[in-house]
Design a protein around this ligand. Structure first.
Ligand SMILES: [Zn+2]
Length: 215
């Protein structure tokens, strides 16, 4: 078996298997990911993230998403599966939306594939009306983006949902989803596989008065 990122041959059997099972990444590539679970609140909704969004993580995500390397789909939750299934037992997983253009360009729904390994219920109730790049946007423009996510017509949501995304950068996309859920009375949680470094610095969380807890 070869590592899906660096293509190095990984030994089968022995200590590696005992320690890491069938991790599709080699030990060196895995080590470059910063496994640092963090919990904070986004508009009073609990958000848990597992990794720091660093170069190694973003490199893998880009290869998966933008270069459509579908084989990487299971590497993101590999170390977190057990925890995830326990934490969100009874919840339906709500995928954050991509635009139709993006889904077509990739040929697959990248988040749905990423979370399929949980074997939990996955729903895609949102649609995105426009594709907007967050970088370089003012706070006002980002707030306007909120209206670009809406619930598809006729959607009935389950009682407990967890919004799932690959990363949280400014939080504006997730806020857009929360905004679209205004009339929903069920229980909401958020999980993102990774989080931008800013979320690891409690003093910078100017959106909320609660502190981030690094677990
Ligand atoms: Zn590797």
């Amino acid at each position: 078996m070869r590592c899906l990122m660096c293509e190095k041959e990984m030994g089968k059997g022995g200590l590696r298997d005992i320690l890491f099972g069938d991790d599709p990444l080699c030990i060196d590539c895995r080590r470059m990911w910063k496994n640092r679970p963090v919990k904070f609140y986004l508009d009073d909704v609990e958000l848990n993230a597992s990794y720091v969004y660093n170069e190694a993580f973003s490199g893998c995500l880009i290869q998966y998403k933008e270069l459509a390397d579908e084989a990487l789909k299971d590497v993101f939750l590999f170390e977190k599966l057990k925890w995830f299934r326990r934490k969100y037992r009874g919840y339906a997983l709500v995928m954050m939306p991509s635009t139709q253009q993006k889904i077509q360009a990739r040929g697959f729904s990248h988040l749905k594939e990423m979370f399929a390994c949980t074997k939990m219920e996955i729903i895609e109730p949102f649609e995105k009306t426009a594709d907007t790049v967050q970088k370089g946007k003012s706070r006002r423009q980002r707030l306007e983006m909120m209206s670009e996510i809406r619930l598809k017509e006729g959607i009935v949501l389950p009682e407990k949902i967890v919004l799932c995304d690959d990363t949280v950068t400014t939080g504006s996309t997730l806020r857009g989803a929360l905004h679209a859920l205004k009339g929903y009375s069920g229980k909401i949680q958020i999980y993102t596989v990774s989080a931008n470094r800013r979320w690891y610095r409690p003093h910078s969380l100017h959106f909320t008065d609660r502190k981030a807890i690094i677990l």
